[in-house]
Design a binder for this molecule. Sequence first.
Ligand code: NAP
Length: 476
Amino acid sequence: MTKAFVDGQWLAPKSGDQFSVSDPATGNEITLLSDCGIHETEMAIDAAHNAFPAWSRKSPYERSNFLSKIADLLTKNADKIAPIITLENGKPYKEAFGEVLYSASYFKWFAEEAVRIYGDTIPTRSASSKATATKHPIGVCAAITPWNFPLAMLARKAGAALAAGCTLVAKPAEDTPLSALTLAKIFEEADLTNGVFNVLPASSPVEIGKVLTTHPKIKKVSFTGSTDVGRILYTQSAPSLKKLSLELGGNAPFIVFESADIDLAVKGLMQAKFRNAGQTCICANRIFVHKNVRDKFVSKLSEKVSKLKVGNGFSEETMIGPLINSAAMKKVSSLLEDAVSKNANIITGGQKSPAGDLFFSPTIISNLNSDMEIAREEIFGPIIPIFEFDAEQEATIAANATDYGLAAYIYTEQLSQAWRVSDALEFGMVGINETQISDAAAPFGGINQSGFGREGSKYGLDDYLEIKYRLFGNLR
Ligand code: NAP
């Protein structure tokens, strides 16, 4: 698994170029991998294009059986795949194991959805006409995925694309290509038809991204990553009018109202904030707490946060692993420095952890204002910024004061308030007294600068399908 997976074969680029993948917990090199470029990308696109007619003509039941097989193989091999995720991403083993099962759940879900791609018959104006709308796979698709869920983000795209009858060319993140190649190995074990699923490890994404967004044989690009890169891909795709799904960054508000069950809110925040060391797109990013429950909430939260164990993801007691790389460490440190320089209060943490170069101590800060960068930016690290509010409307306005619109959370025991506030929040997903919102059955996705398109759920197939309208006239 140190080469690209193209047309059902393990391929080393002609150039012989390689790049190094390292363990963020130790800095040690894990392995050298084939470094793909334009040539290999074009080969993969051709392979996916050649595989498309046979794959798209398979019966939905055949495709469903194949995807079920992938789900079963992932589940059966979870204890072998999880260490690969921990090694290259750093997340605690338990989280990595959960990610494998979560990935399997998407293949299982889309195996079930593959046989439910219904169309319509449409009533016509003439008695001698019949009209239908049927759904068809869009063609060869490209997937560009991030490092924070190196298996799951690809599984979510591959499950939907293949269920719909599309074939796929995937480019995983430079920091975490091994999980995607492991998925390719699983496809190989499941007797994949050549070219249906291709993976291109690479250290320079720009040229590959240009090929994927401009090549005439690619009909759709699905991207998960930062808003900045999403914009580049959107622009590049415009001349060929490629269909796009953009799952981009977030800046999730987490609002604790006066009536909230404080213990439940603390538990929810711990889960929403510290998963993957705070490096998820739906991590709670700005915490708004009603002034009458603020002290109680912060005191309970601080107690829990101070008990979090930071360390190597392979250690059983670790709850927080490393940040992914030195750029991430720089960003998190600089957001904190900016806030502190503008009078933020550190309640707990507030510095790098002695566990290693890329480890950051779980931190709570307060006394914040909207001039601070931390109030506007996606933190992507284990920092909890606490803002205080008085009136409901004040909290809603502050929560919506972001260009992002991915996830939001509210904690309240008042049903009317839950409806009212969740209606007013301009986000694609809202968790009410719950932060575990991701599920294969859920339409995952954002609005505004968090992108468009939905992954998972019954809507997840739509982005990989075209609708064909047929009118049969003059029937006798
Ligand atoms: P990123 O820098 O945008 O990278 C994501 C992917 O895009 C990587 O494979 C990267 O390759 C590639 N890439 C970078 N520049 C490119 C270019 N010019 N052309 C084509 N591909 C390019 O994001 P990240 O730092 O890995 O991930 C974190 C971001 O993803 C956060 O903003 C997070 O919120 C977001 N995210 C969103 C969701 C969601 O579902 N909405 C889920 C997870 C993460 P390299 O690795 O080689 O740079």
